[in-house]
Design a protein around this ligand. Structure first.
Ligand SMILES: Cc1cc2nc3c(=O)[nH]c(=O)nc-3n(C[C@H](O)[C@H](O)[C@H](O)COP(=O)(O)OP(=O)(O)OC[C@H]3O[C@@H](n4cnc5c(N)ncnc54)[C@H](O)[C@@H]3O)c2cc1C
Length: 500
């Protein structure tokens, strides 16, 4: 039986404040897994390590391994570092930019914050202009008047109507979460694992929410995107447990500055445009085979860190083969898809009306967000407006093929009737068809964390697995970084047992 205790009032208030600031944000992170090695090397034998992937997990693993005195090569399929931390600049004029992948970081991201400080990067606040929040729900355009709560177009109970979305979250979610959801090490405790048996919708209903209260949260809150498909445990740990530690932020100038700075500081080489296809190993070492142009290149090493996303790893040839449970976990873990459609605007025209450009909707375009997130903009300042569709709605959009951008614009017109007067030609980005991601991030369905997470992060002799999908803090930068640190410490320990 789940032991349910009330999370502290302070943590709850903090969470609600951050949740309002950070529509569209995924967050997490509190604990630093494993002791990190001091820079400057150790007395152990110098190992040769190949890291597959220059995303956050791979760069973290490489940094920690090099700090412990080991030789590292990264083999990366793309022509850039960062993986799913990617800032779009080229399509836009001037210094406009937009995040294609990860958006918000949090003070609770212990590894990320340590790297940001070590690398001398600047943090940028999440800019929240003083404008009235905007929604489009049940066919109605709703401009929030803080002094008079709207008549939400849902069949709520009288009590729920008074509570409003934030009160509903508090009443049916936060008050029922077990203590310690910010403690990554607690995820295998019984009260946590009980949360893995249900979705957020089921959790809310079990705590008394009406079906329409659940629907309201699904449509208006960033953490509601997978309300009826994702495991409640993933949301509890990544979104709720660790999110309330402070105001979310971005990397000034674009989030890709973090992976780029990590890549620049590497002593070893990042072999870009090398696509790994196979990993073999025996008692004496490991070999990683990659396609580069028309050639096959082989990297020999003592240990491998594999950080490619699970859907990509499904296509790798392992010799000897992975154990059955590990293969089942890699095959079985669910990923969410996203489609983001971007429009450059010559000015933030919504300021004229005094409403936010950002909006939560129940339309097929789901959420609208103005970018860069670090800039409030203004009526005379250029900006980017994006529609961010997560999960099942993504496929319906993608099926529209050439008509997608126009369709999105038609939908945005319902929220921002003047959009066509200001928008340039748009374009879309679909993580599901990116061959080096094949999805946006892991969103384990109920039961999948208990069933698959231990095997996902399990080393297969000399091959160590990392990446956000191997962490309980799934779908976060911090989960990816910590998994890379964990894989590095596994290897450092293994090599210390085989001192020269
Ligand atoms: C749309 C979106 C929004 C997000 N929002 C947030 C957010 O607000 N906050 C947050 O904290 N997190 C967010 N995330 C999640 C975060 O971006 C990821 O959890 C994290 O970046 C994953 O890092 P990783 O190293 O595990 O994987 P990746 O970044 O995917 O790195 C894996 C690397 O492996 C490479 N690779 C793949 N196949 C091969 C191959 N065959 N050979 C060689 N290399 C290969 C890839 O190119 C990639 O560089 C978001 C992600 C997306 C997509």
């Amino acid at each position: 039986m789940v032991e349910r205790r009330i999370v502290s009032e302070r943590a709850r208030r903090r969470f609600l404040k951050q949740a309002t600031i950070a529509a569209g944000l995924v967050a997490g992170g509190l604990l630093l897994p494993g002791a990190l090695s001091a820079r400057g090397g150790t007395n152990n034998r110098q190992g040769r390590i190949v890291v597959i992937g220059a995303g956050m997990a791979g760069l973290a693993a490489a940094r920690e391994l090099e700090a412990a005195g080991h030789r590292v090569d990264i083999v990366e399929a793309r022509d850039r570092p960062g993986g799913r931390v990617h800032t779009l600049r080229d399509p836009f004029s001037g210094d406009l930019h937009a995040e294609a992948g990860a958006v918000g970081l949090s003070p609770s991201y212990t590894v990320a914050n340590r790297y940001i400080d070590e690398l001398g990067l600047e943090r940028a606040d999440w800019a929240t202009p003083d404008l009235r929040p905007l929604y489009y729900l049940g066919g109605e355009r709703i401009v929030l008047d803080p002094s008079a709560p709207p008549d939400w177009p849902y069949e709520l109970t009288e009590d729920e109507r008074k509570l409003g979305p934030q009160g509903i979250v508090e009443r049916y979610i936060l008050e029922h979460l077990p203590e310690g959801i910010g403690d990554e090490a607690r995820w295998q405790d019984d009260d946590m694992l009980a949360l893995d048996q249900m979705t957020m919708a089921e959790f809310m209903r079990a705590n008394g929410a009406s079906p329409d209260a659940v629907a309201l949260i699904g449509a208006t809150q960033w953490f509601g995107a997978f309300i009826d498909s994702g495991s409640m445990l993933a949301s509890a740990m990544s979104s709720f447990g660790l999110f309330g530690a402070g105001a979310p932020f971005l990397i000034a100038g674009g989030n890709d500055r973090l992976p780029r700075a990590l890549a620049e500081q590497m002593q070893g080489t990042i072999h870009y445009q090398h696509q790994v296809t196979a990993i073999e190993q025996d008692d004496s070492g490991a070999k990683v085979h990659a396609r580069h142009n028309e050639d096959t290149v082989t990297f020999e090493c003592d240990h491998v860190v594999c950080t490619a996303p699970a859907p990509v790893v499904r296509g790798f040839d392992f010799s000897p083969p992975l154990p059955r449970a590990q293969r089942a976990a890699i095959e079985g873990i669910d990923y969410a898809d996203t489609v983001r459609t971007y429009f450059e605007l010559e000015r933030g025209f919504w300021f004229d009306e005094g409403v936010s450009g950002t909006a939560m909707t129940d339309l097929p375009i789901e959420e609208l967000a103005t970018q860069p997130y670090s800039r409030a903009g203004g009526p005379d300042t250029p900006a980017v407006l994006e529609s961010h569709v997560r999960g099942r709605g993504s496929q319906a959009l993608i099926d529209r093929e050439d008509g997608l951008v126009d369709y999105v614009l038609d939908q945005i017109e319902k929220v921002h009737p003047d959009i066509r007067d200001h928008a340039s030609e748009g374009f879309h980005l679909h993580w599901g068809s990116d061959p080096h991601a094949l999805g946006a991030y892991s969103v384990p369905a109920p039961g999948q964390i208990s069933r698959h997470l231990p095997a996902l992060g399990q080393a297969h002799a000399r091959v160590h697995f990392a990446g956000e999908h191997t962490s309980i803090l799934s779908a976060t930068i911090e989960g990816a970084l910590r998994s890379g640190v964990r894989a590095a410490s596994e290897i450092i320990e293994a090599l210390s047992r085989t001192k020269a």
